[in-house]
Design a protein around this ligand. Structure first.
Ligand code: FAD
Length: 375
């Protein structure tokens, strides 16, 4: 008999199991995938940790979360500084003085601000007093024509599979511009990658916990009778699937990856390069070694692994990555959440079961603040 049957070995399930174990509780963790770790799992290829379910960069302002994960495995000093490629022109992201200097030859913050302001005012004037009606108009009013056309327009269209004129304005509320020479993508105080890869974090969290992979809850003996084996169910699978889709299916967006080995130690000189024009069908290229290898280490590892990322329409059987934030799905998810709140002894945890996008740190935080003793 277990205290908890945990469905899903991602960061929610694994952190939950860790805390439960500390309280002397017995857990069984199952996952339908062939390995543990959920989306942070990485596969070792050519001595490189390849982020199989998309590049994951840990970042947080929460010291408790940062200390917690570093207590399991030390994190390195990786700092996310993506590059954008627009038809061969290279720009630093996020939009900052390096970007503006490359785009317009400006040197000072005042010059950059003046340039942006002139282009913003042109866009605002073109609206003749009306509010922006779509994402294109909204973005033009926020940052002006040059930044929009080179760094936002086609990239956004590739991500959403629709023209920026057809996308609603609310998708982009703010487009921060930094008037300093700072390429660090995140504003958070702490960021990095676990030394030795994310699997080390998952192994540390699940050490001493009974786990079974290739075990789909819905196809398992426990689905209908989990109370026979555990006092409480921690469910991290899709919210609608738990209720057998009785109110209808929730939609997802997904990303697909084409991963290959390149016979060179350093393919693109950076972990993340965004391709912001339609000339290239993928949105990003990830070179995995740069998350964990620095300086000479890059060259000591003779080959490299790169993944092209394609924004892909979700179909059944694909990985459900991002919830769709529209009225139909928001309402349906609310109805499912109401059903979930009626379930006795079941905790719906993590991104799939809550139908919400969460970064890694907030998922861990959710478990750390749970009053486990009271469950
Ligand atoms: C492409 C992509 C990139 C991301 N990049 C970042 C980033 O850079 N930084 C960041 O902080 N966050 C990032 N995230 C978010 C991060 O992946 C999540 O915060 C994290 O994975 C949440 O953990 P989880 O346990 O909720 O879900 P998951 O990691 O998805 O784990 C859920 C687990 O449940 C299992 N499961 C589902 N159904 C069943 C079933 N029926 N039976 C058994 N097992 C089941 C699944 O196989 C899976 O292993 C990214 C997410 C995506 C999709």
């Amino acid at each position: 008999m277990f205290d908890y049957l945990i469905v899903g070995s991602g960061l929610f399930g694994a952190t939950f199991a860790y805390r439960a174990k500390q309280l002397g509780k017995k857990c069984l963790v199952i996952d339908k995938r062939p390995q543990l770790g959920g989306n942070v799992y990485s596969e070792e290829v050519e001595g490189i940790h390849v982020h199989k379910y998309g590049a994951h960069i840990f970042h947080t302002n929460n010291k408790q979360v940062w200390d917690f994960v570093n207590g399991i495995v030390e994190f390195n000093r990786y700092t996310n500084c993506p590059i954008a490629d627009y038809k061969g022109e290279r720009y630093n992201l996020p939009f900052n003085m390096n970007t503006f200097s490359r785009m317009w030859g400006v040197k000072t913050p005042a010059e950059a601000q003046a340039k942006i302001e002139t282009q913003r005012q042109e866009a605002i004037a073109a609206l003749n007093g009306r509010e922006p009606q779509n994402l294109e108009e909204q973005a033009l009013c926020l940052v002006g024509k040059d930044i929009f056309e080179k760094l936002i327009k086609e990239y956004t269209e590739k991500q959403w599979g629709r023209s920026c004129k057809e996308l609603p304005a609310f998708i982009i509320k703010r487009l921060p511009v930094r008037l300093v020479y700072d390429n660090n993508y995140f504003n958070d105080k702490y960021q990095g990658i676990p030394i030795g890869g994310y699997n080390k974090l998952i192994e540390g969290l699940l050490e001493g916990v009974e786990c079974r992979t290739n075990t789909d809850f819905f196809a398992s003996e426990w689905c209908k009778s989990w109370r026979d084996v555990a006092k409480c169910l921690v469910y991290c699978g899709p919210l609608d699937q738990y209720f057998d889709y009785q109110l209808g299916r929730l939609d997802w967006r997904t990303v697909s990856f084409k991963t290959r080995i390149e016979d060179t130690p350093n393919y693109q000189g950076n972990a993340v390069v965004n391709y912001t024009s339609h000339e290239v069908p993928y949105t990003r290229v990830i070179e995995h070694k740069h998350f964990e290898m620095f300086g000479q280490e890059v060259y000591d590892c003779p080959r490299t692994v790169v993944s092209e990322e394609y924004s892909t329409e979700y179909k059944e059987g694909m990985e459900p990555f991002y919830p769709v934030n529209d009225e139909r799905n928001n309402q349906l998810a609310e109805q499912y959440r109401a059903l979930a709140s009626q379930e006795k002894d079941v905790i719906f945890g993590g991104r799939l079961a809550q139908y919400k996008y969460f970064d890694m740190a907030p998922v861990i935080e959710q478990v750390l603040v749970l009053k486990m003793e009271a469950l």
